[in-house]
Design a protein around this ligand. Structure first.
Ligand SMILES: Cc1cc2nc3c(=O)[nH]c(=O)nc-3n(C[C@H](O)[C@H](O)[C@H](O)COP(=O)(O)O)c2cc1C
Length: 422
């Protein structure tokens, strides 16, 4: 089917995105999201609210999108825009979404072009809320968010950081590049169910560093990219995500609560804390098995006339085995990763049996394999005897396979509630 794009070009199969912008201070950041959407080949119609135009004017939206811009249902009435824009959209993303916009959307109001569009759209809808912490935490806002999520919308958790004034807290609009990533993934999933909706998932990522003295540590080569791919894909599937990130240099995924940690002990504490109400814990981080037995408070000096000091190691707690044996929440699923350099499957099967987790993602690692790369290849072993081979491809594809296997194993909601009570 060929469609005529609003900018006069023939759109063909160009995906159509509606970018709703409501009246928050972060409206200017939506310009970058708009740029990313148009530059990646989307036909974008910007639908601001009247309040949004106090922050960024119509000319900017129109020039950047190449499409006409209106806030009202009364412009170009012969084209019935209050119905047409939503009906023709492949994705609606509202960024920033104000407390007011969330309330109007949750209650089905249709008092401007954006809320009309939200009612007529049958495509996936993403809201990226941004507001002061008090507004976000207010019971009214939280109930509106829960309503929108229950109806199938992806509502991205706001980031923590500097807000409008001098204050900081939760309520900041996530990085536009990361909102774009959520949009891309949500569009790729299309009308597939948000099978992690209402679930809390905890993902650990990166590699721990075990300090030897104030300047040296024992570390590993994990970049955190696989864990971040798991976090990003889980957000797009509707989950509430806690990402425990050990020494990573990656942008915070939009919608994930990121807990930065350094050592294995800190990672253990953060994971156990978050796991208390989690449906699933995925241990993708490379956690050090050993740490230096002693920490030197001052830098260890080289002495020309002496042998190097011996390095004594102490064992770290095996977090994966601990979580698997003593689940912080009944019915919780635990997923581990095994990075092996040789005889990968045999080591993986032995590790699955030893750790007692539900799924184990086994992959081969080495200096030029997996670590720091965008691609990965793995076999996911199940405690039930299943074996799922994931061919070489983006880490995000492996992440989606893990979530497919997790979603199929999660207890149903009724079952879960009775387990909770029990
Ligand atoms: C300077 C300024 C900044 C604001 N920032 C936000 C914000 O970040 N989030 C929010 O929910 N409301 C914010 N507001 C309040 C909204 O603009 C107000 O609730 C408005 O009615 C929202 O209308 P809309 O949802 O139709 O865009 C701000 C108001 C002002 C004056």
């Amino acid at each position: 089917m060929t469609r005529e794009a609003g900018n006069g070009h023939t759109a063909g199969d160009t995906p159509r995105v509606v970018l709703g912008v409501s009246g928050g201070i972060a409206a200017y950041k939506a310009c970058e999201l708009l740029r990313r959407l148009t530059e990646s080949g989307h036909d974008v119609t910007v639908v601001p609210t009247d309040s949004a135009l106090h922050f960024v004017g119509e000319a900017t939206w129109s020039a950047l999108s190449g499409n006409p811009v209106s806030t009202r249902v009364w412009d170009d009435v012969h084209e019935v825009p209050h119905v047409r824009i939503g009906q023709h959209a492949d994705l609606v993303v509202v960024a920033p979404a104000t407390a007011d916009l969330l309330a109007r959307a949750a209650h089905g109001l249709a008092d401007d072009l954006l809320t009309n569009t939200l009612l007529t759209a049958r495509c996936p809808v993403v809201f990226a809320p941004a507001m002061h912490t008090e507004m976000w935490e207010h019971a009214a806002t939280q109930e509106n968010v829960a309503t929108l999520r229950r109806r199938g919308a992806v509502v991205i958790e706001p980031a923590v950081g500097r807000l409008t004034g001098v204050d900081t807290g939760k309520g900041r609009l996530p990085d536009p590049a990361e909102i774009f990533e959520v949009c891309r993934r949500v569009m790729a999933r299309g009308t597939l169910p948000r099978d992690l909706e209402g679930r809390h998932v905890v993902v650990s990522a990166g590699g721990t560093r075990e300090p030897l003295d104030p300047v040296r540590y024992l570390g590993n080569r994990s970049s955190g990219k696989q864990g971040y791919a798991l976090a990003r894909t889980a957000v797009a599937r509707g989950a509430r995500v806690t990402l425990v990130a050990a020494n990573t240099a990656l942008a915070d995924p939009a919608g994930a609560d990121v807990v930065p940690v350094g050592t294995a002990a800190q990672l253990r504490e953060a994971v156990l804390k978050a796991a208390g109400d989690a449906d699933v814990v995925v241990m993708a981080a490379a956690v050090a098995d050993f740490r230096p037995a002693a920490y030197a408070a001052a830098k260890i000096k080289k002495k020309d006339d002496e042998e190097p000091p011996p390095l004594a190691l102490a064992r770290n707690t095996d977090i994966l085995a601990e979580l698997s044996a003593d689940r912080p929440r009944p019915g919780q699923l635990v997923v581990g990763f095994a990075a092996e350099t040789d005889d990968v499957l045999a080591h993986g099967r032995a590790k699955l049996a030893r750790k007692g987790c539900d799924l184990l993602v086994v992959n081969e690692v080495g200096e030029n394999t997996a670590f720091g790369r965008e691609d990965n290849e793995a076999v996911v072993l199940g405690a039930d005897g299943s074996e799922t081979a994931v061919p070489f491809g983006p880490k995000e594809a492996l992440a989606d396979t893990v979530w497919d296997l997790v979603a199929a194993r999660l207890p149903g909601r009724a079952e879960r509630n009775s387990t909770d009570r029990g």
